[in-house]
Design a protein around this ligand. Structure first.
Ligand code: 13P
Length: 263
């Protein structure tokens, strides 16, 4: 199994959400770095911990291939925004990625596509690669408007980007109905169809550059289903929550991907 030639790599990572103390995170990352040493070079591995852990984990993983990201940020460099973290602060830590527009942020903190667009531009101006999450709700799927919803999220979220900037973006397709404890994993065939639709949208917006943007699937990815997504067209990676929070389980999944890529 080889990654899509135009995307180049297979991206596999985890969003810890609001889980793990710093001590737990350090133990996890120490083990992850060890596992990462022997993984196929075409696997791009990333971890997205809570903000309070980022500086210490960057120090711990300074010489590791594991990429580090944050779960959210404001779009301004500084200002009267109590409780917020700025792109300038995150860039100083030396992060690679910034996750933007996760459905939990849209749902509980009223983030909208225009906010996400401001954050995408702010991230790129600080050399942080935005990982933009998109996906429809169960109701939107029921009404048959998934494609329209994704078009709105992508057209607004990525508005104003040059082709060169677009190549720095990653997309995570995370249907809202598939995420978390109450979620149901999407069928691999459905994921392939939706990723195809996202790819066409990206190509319409950014031409050939749209073909180089990795599209990851996320939502109830587990040790028993993760391989079913990997052979599908336009699935350029996996974005995993619960199933990757145990380092033993995540390592087994990574080693299985490594064996498939080395075969
Ligand atoms: P789960 O894998 O726990 O469903 O969460 C996915 C997710 O939200 C990744 O951002």
């Amino acid at each position: 199994m080889a990654p899509d030639a135009r995307v180049g790599k297979l991206w596999i990572g985890t969003n810890w959400k609001m889980h793990k103390t710093l001590a737990e995170g350090q133990a996890y990352c120490s083990e992850l770095m060890r596992v990462a040493e022997n993984l196929h070079p075409d696997i791009e591995l990333f971890v997205i911990p809570p903000h309070t852990h980022l500086h210490a984990l960057k120090t711990l993983m300074a010489r590791s291939r594991v990429r580090l990201g944050a779960q959210n940020m404001h779009w301004e460099d500084e200002g009267p925004y109590t409780g917020e973290i700025s792109p300038r602060m995150l860039a100083e830590i030396g992060l690679d990625l910034i996750e933007l527009g996760h459905s939990e942020r849209r749902q509980y903190y009223n983030e909208n596509d225009a906010d996400i667009n401001r954050k995408v531009h702010a991230a790129l101006s600080h050399n942080l690669r935005p990982l933009v999450c998109v996906g429809e709700t169960a109701e939107q799927r029921k009404f048959g408007i998934t494609e329209e919803v994704l078009a709105i999220q992508l057209k607004i979220g990525l508005s104003g980007l040059s082709r060169e900037q677009a190549e720095q973006v990653l997309i995570a397709y995370e249907p809202v109905w598939a995420i978390g404890a109450g979620g149901v994993a999407a069928e691999p065939g459905y994921v392939e169809d939706v990723h195809g639709c996202i790819r066409r949208l990206l190509a319409a917006l950014f031409g050939e550059s749209g073909h180089r943007i990795p599209i990851l699937y996320g939502g109830s990815v587990s040790e028993s289903n993760f391989e079913t997504y990997l052979d599908r067209r336009n699935v350029n990676g996996l974005f995993i929550g619960r199933a990757a929070w145990d380092i033993g389980r995540f390592s087994r999944m990574l080693l299985a991907v490594h064996r498939r890529m080395s075969a």
